[in-house]
Design a protein around this ligand. Structure first.
Ligand code: ROI
Length: 160
């Protein structure tokens, strides 16, 4: 069954613009229709402040891959870009790909929680999401525009 899936992209190590562009290309191999991508946003790091600003974006794909298969593919793409999974929590990363929303499903598995935990508090997720899906509602019925209005837009800048 085809599902609309939103994926968050983030990078703050290496050439982040290149990495996000290549990751978006890689996502097209998993998608049944053209990938729709937001602009890139420069955002202050959430977590330890002694790391670079992040480049963030959100992509929408249509896929028939089940959630955990899709997650495996996303982790393979992360690894291809040299993502190292060190112990450090909330440390810098070359590429982070997160399944934000998978159709209107709520998924609660050890490896995968959807909607992505904490996304409602993250302007670097909700703002690019709003750019490509302004009418979106979350599985619990809340509208994206309401959620976005709860957030400060400090520390985030859309790049042109
Ligand atoms: N901070 C920002 N601004 N953007 C991210 O993508 C991001 N990702 C993370 C943590 C370390 C929580 N901070 C972030 O995983």
């Amino acid at each position: 069954m085809n599902e609309t899936v939103f994926i968050g992209l983030g990078s703050n190590l290496g050439n982040s613009a290149n990495t996000l562009t290549q990751a978006l290309n890689a996502l097209s191999t998993l998608a049944l229709t053209p990938v729709v991508a937001s602009s890139f946003y420069l955002s202050r790091p959430l977590g330890p402040a002694d790391q670079n600003d992040y480049l963030n974006a959100v992509a929408r794909i249509t896929t028939d891959q089940p959630p955990l298969t899709l997650l495996d593919h996303l982790q393979a793409i992360e690894n291809q870009y040299g993502r190292e999974r060190k112990g450090e929590r909330w440390g810098p990363r070359t590429l982070d790909l997160d399944i934000l929303l998978y159709g209107d499903k709520a998924i609660d598995l050890p490896r995968l929680k959807v909607p992505h935990y904490h996304m409602m508090q993250r302007n670097f997720v909700l703002l690019p999401l709003y750019e490509i899906a302004p009418d979106l509602h979350f599985p619990d019925g809340q509208s994206l525009s309401d959620a976005l209005q709860q957030l400060s837009l400090d520390g985030i800048k859309k790049l042109t």
